[in-house]
Design a protein around this ligand. Structure first.
Ligand code: SIN
Length: 307
């Protein structure tokens, strides 16, 4: 069986994944944290925590709240900063078989461009994923991704700053995600990943206060899967670049739904908190499904529900 997938067919280097299973930014650390739990080299790609120009401490605690079938987070892009990532993490990735993609974020367009520029040509980094979808920061993030024009401006600046393939992660917190997707594709995105978290909140009724330290957060997990699937279906029908599906994927059959909706690859996020082996279980489940159905090439499944 052939599960490989080219995620950047229009890019001079390309981004060839051995299989479609990726980890979602912010849920898998830098990959090293999971190395002793299962053979992470078997995955298609690892997307590391959102990375900014300078290190960030993140938002006040509490930053996590469980909800029915989901998880609210307001981490606030706590991360080590791009310089430490290049110094301490990239040399480890450089000897890995699995591809590593760095999720990048910023408060200004210039921040994004500078982070992309720093990462250009660093061994161990195969692509960047532009995070214009984090709902938990005061400036930048989802603010850029909610609007087609600002989203396109960020992507154009990143494309000009790096020779790496560029994925763009979209927010569902916008009135027309397909319009944003078309704008970022026109600005040069090599692939589009969606969705990031859905903005939400919880209230601690004993204290009569918002539960999260930053009041609002982003909802992930199975609760958002139907929303994510619908948006992937919409976007895959609107753009000519590969789409990466993300949002509540917990089982292989969830992943196959996203692929049939038009995703070329998928990201496993919140499921890893409940089952750290989830990405590998999902990969093995996709393989079993293909074997059972007599499907030789993963590409035959992509968009199957659209035909
Ligand atoms: C966070 O760090 O607040 C979450 C990251 C994201 O939603 O992109």
């Amino acid at each position: 069986m052939n599960l490989s997938i080219q995620l950047a067919p229009k890019h001079h280097q390309g981004l060839l994944l051995a299989n479609p299973v990726m980890t979602a930014a912010g849920t898998f650390g830098y990959g090293t944290e999971y190395n002793h739990i299962f053979d992470i080299q078997k995955l298609g790609a690892i997307v590391c925590k959102g990375t900014t120009l300078e290190p960030r401490d993140g938002n006040p605690q509490p930053r996590l709240a469980e909800t029915a079938c989901g998880l609210l987070n307001s981490i606030g892009l706590q991360n080590i900063g791009v310089k430490a990532l290049i110094r301490d993490k990239a040399p480890i990735w450089a000897i890995w078989r699995v591809l590593v993609i760095v999720n990048i974020a910023g408060e200004t367009i210039d921040d994004y461009a500078k982070v992309a520029d720093e990462l250009d040509g660093v061994a161990g980094i195969s692509a960047v994923e532009v995070n214009i979808s984090c709902p938990n920061i005061k400036a930048g993030g989802a603010e850029f991704g909610a609007n087609p024009d600002s989203a396109a401006r960020v992507v154009a600046a990143v494309k000009a700053a790096t020779s790496l393939p560029v994925l763009v992660k979209l927010t569902p917190n916008t009135s027309d995600i397909a319009k944003v997707a078309v704008a970022v594709a026109e600005a040069g995105a090599d692939a589009i990943s969606l969705i990031n978290t859905v903005k939400g909140m919880a209230i601690d009724i004993a204290r009569r206060r918002p539960l999260l330290g930053d009041i609002t957060g982003g909802l992930s997990g199975p609760a958002i899967k139907p929303v994510a699937l619908y948006m992937v279906y919409e976007v895959a029908g609107a753009v000519g670049v590969p789409v990466v599906g993300c949002g509540g994927i917990t089982t292989a059959s969830d992943a196959i739904e996203f692929i049939m909706a038009g995703a070329s690859a998928i990201q496993v996020g919140t499921a890893s908190f409940n089952n750290p082996r989830a990405p590998l279980d999902i990969l093995e489940g996709i393989e079993e499904f293909m074997q059972k159905e007599g499907i030789e090439n993963l590409t035959d499944l992509i968009g199957a529900a659209r035909r």
